[in-house]
Design a binder for this molecule. Structure first.
Ligand SMILES: *Cc1c(COP(=O)(O)O)cnc(C)c1O
Length: 376
């Protein structure tokens, strides 16, 4: 946790649960990725954390933006992003929303099917379009599997069709899976992409852009390769498969940009046992799956957890949220250990919780208010 966040928590004593984001860390992350991948344009995947302060900072730094809905497009335009720096990257869009995005000036769109291409041709004529290919999501803590993308042979036909429909077949995209730990996935994805480039070349169409998607890490309990190592794996694969014919590169970091920049502070509501012989305690917090920690689903993302009593002895716990839903258990299998003297009122902090938390909060389940975010 940054000293700035520590100071904020001590001085302000904000009500819990809350998310505190250090904007300096967002800036450092943006600059670090720019340095590691100087040839790639950064499109921040704003769904990871669309707080206005974060968007304004990234606009000022020169970032572009990957958006998933007309609402996100309006949000980032309001934060000052020019339409030329916005990609409508969702492959599932209503035609009216494409029309609205087009009238806002957005000219870059994703697709992965014939029906979507027809919508784009109808209401976003002449736009740059890129076809998403499907990846397995293998090796990722939060896979983005077969829901998005199509197979390479279909992508080839669709890109040819795009040209016929008066669109600009601009390139190819993929997402190797979020919080990806297997660097070998880059070579697989970029290899498939290069095959597509040459298949299109044979059809008389020159693609220009590879959208590498996300997958860059935040620091959770389980180690993942650094963004620098990801960048090296990308550049090695691009060089191997494209040689001197380097395409325009785009990256869409979400988790990496904001994950490590934020911490969630919560409070212990209750520590209890279910029977006299149980040695595993239940620790109930004032935040759970419905308060923003939905990525603990299947214990996929294992946050680093800190308390004010960490110096003392610890023992195994089950960590759960406060709501009246059985699903609202964060960690049972993962065998987290917390201090034996932990008690109601103690603060528990989730580190690297700046991504995919504040907007994943439910709307008033059990009366829970939205997760309050402070950007400092
Ligand atoms: C969610 C998403 C991203 C961001 O992925 P991270 O792994 O969080 O960096 C990038 N691109 C697209 C299309 C996405 O849907």
């Amino acid at each position: 946790m940054s000293a700035k966040i520590r100071r904020f928590l001590v001085r302000r004593q904000p009500e819990t649960p809350c998310l505190v984001v250090d904007l300096d860390v967002v800036r450092q992350n943006y600059e670090a990725l720019n340095k590691a991948l100087p040839l790639a344009t950064i499109y921040y995947a704003m769904k990871a954390n669309p707080a206005a302060e974060i968007l304004r900072l990234l606009v000022a730094l020169g970032s572009s933006f990957d958006t998933a809905s007309i609402y996100e497009i309006e949000q980032v335009l309001a934060a000052g992003a020019p339409a030329e720096r916005i990609s409508f990257g969702n492959t599932i869009k209503k035609q009216v929303d494409i029309a609205r995005a087009f009238s806002c000036g957005v000219r870059l769109y994703a697709f992965d099917s014939e029906a979507e291409l027809d919508k784009l041709a109808a209401v976003a004529p002449g736009s740059r379009v890129f076809c998403r290919i499907v990846m397995s999501g293998e090796g990722a803590d939060w896979p983005i599997g077969r829901k998005f993308g199509c197979e390479v042979d279909m992508a080839r036909d669709l890109l040819v069709r795009a040209a016929g429909l008066g669109l600009d077949p601009y390139g190819v995209s993929f997402h190797i899976g979020s919080q990806q730990r297997d660097l070998g996935q880059w070579d697989i994805a970029i290899g498939k992409t290069a095959m597509l480039f040459s298949a299109l070349n044979d059809a008389g169409i020159t693609l220009k852009m590879v959208n590498l998607g996300g997958g860059f890490p935040a620091r959770y309990k389980t180690e993942a390769p650094s963004a620098e190592r990801h960048a090296r794996a990308i550049m090695n694969a691009v060089t191997r498969h494209f040689g001197n014919d380097m395409p325009n590169l785009l990256v869409e970091p979400g988790r990496f940009m904001v994950g490590d920049a934020g911490i969630i502070q919560s409070e212990v509501v209750l520590v209890s046992r279910k029977g006299y012989d149980d040695d595993v305690r239940w620790v109930y917090l004032d935040i759970g799956k419905f308060g923003g920690l939905i990525e603990t689903m299947d214990e996929a993302i294992k946050y680093r957890v800190r308390t004010q009593r960490d110096a003392g002895p610890k023992s195994q716990v089950i960590i759960a949220g406060p709501t009246c839903d059985e699903a609202d258990v964060l960690y049972k299998r993962a065998a987290y250990e917390l201090p034996v003297d932990l008690k109601a009122g103690d603060k528990v902090e989730f580190l690297a919780a700046g991504a995919y938390t504040s907007t994943y909060c439910s709307v008033g389940f059990n009366g829970l208010p939205p997760l309050k975010t402070y950007c400092i």
